[in-house]
Each structure stands twice: as C-alpha cells, then as structure tokens.
Design a protein around this ligand. Structure first.
Ligand SMILES: [Zn+2]
Length: 165
C-alpha cells in the first residue's frame, strides 16, 4: 500500500534568507560567468579539441574553479572558470595556485582578460621558448626567474598566494 508521507527534509521550514542567499549566490555565479564569457567559451573549445587529441582529461574542482588535467600535456592555461593543465602539475601546488591567481585576474578584468593577460602571456612565453636558450647563455633557472618577474605573472602569484624564493 502506498502511503503519502512528508519528505524527511522540508524546504519550507528553511528561513527565508537561505533561499534569498542561494538565489543571489547563483545570480552572482551566472553574472561572473557571462562577464568572463570570451575566456569561458575559449576554454570549452580548447578542452574539446584537446580531448579529441589527447583523450578525456581528469576533472577536479579547486576553490570553485574547474581544473582539467590532460595526460602528457606540458602547459598551463587559465581561462575564466577553467584551468587546463598537464598531469605533470598534479602535485605542484605552486602551479595550481598560480593558475588560480590568473582566474582571479579574469574576474577583475572580465572581457579584457584575453587582451591584457592572455595575449602578452602567449607572446612572452613564445619569446622565452625561442630566445632563452643555453646557446644564448640562458640557464633554465634564469629563464624561469625572468618569466615569473613579468608584471602579470607576479600579479597572478600574489593573488594566488604563491611565494617564489
Ligand atoms: Zn602565469
């Protein structure tokens, strides 16, 4: 026999502010997602393309950001609510927090993020790879220090809570 019972949790018994808070929290998340739409869309496209080439990534979440870990990939990219990383960085809290710092910059800059952070990041990374070679007297350590002294990288370290010694 079927018997109508009250569900064990009654949502009506919650104080009104809980519902309002959830609503505002969701509105904030939706607003911030749209505010960072160019980088969020780019992230979804890149994750799709990399999934086809490298296979499905492992998915984790850290401080509200979706981390996607690709096997054998050597880079790290932060785009809106997504961080795309190679599995080499799985235990590297400095890299995880540095990329998280870039996601905070994305919240600050919104639609300007790709121009202010993304573009110079790509250009200077390419410069680093091309010209900071041992033949030109660059050790990996010197190149590393040069790269993380760039203003937008220092900013990402600062807001991500990364201290480099
Ligand atoms: Zn960076």
């Amino acid at each position: 026999m079927w018997e109508s019972r009250k569900p064990p949790i009654s949502f009506k018994s919650q104080p009104k502010w809980v519902g309002s808070f959830c609503y505002l929290y969701n509105m904030k998340r939706v607003f911030l997602y749209v505010w960072q739409l160019p980088q969020n869309v780019l992230a979804i496209v890149l994750i799709g393309v990399y999934s086809l080439i490298l296979g499905s990534p492992e998915r984790t979440e850290y401080k509200g950001i979706r981390y996607r870990w690709f096997k054998g990939w050597k880079f790290g990219i932060s785009l809106g609510y997504y961080v795309i990383l190679g599995d080499f960085a799985r235990d590297r809290l400095d890299i995880i927090n540095h990329e998280y710092g870039h996601t905070r910059q994305s919240v600050c800059l919104g639609p300007l993020y790709l121009i202010v952070i993304g573009l110079p990041s790509c250009l200077f990374k390419a410069w680093d790879r091309l010209f900071h070679t041992p033949e030109r007297g660059w050790t990996p350590e010197k190149a590393y220090r040069w790269y993380f002294s760039l203003p937008w990288e220092r900013w990402a370290d600062k807001v991500g809570g990364v201290v480099r010694v």
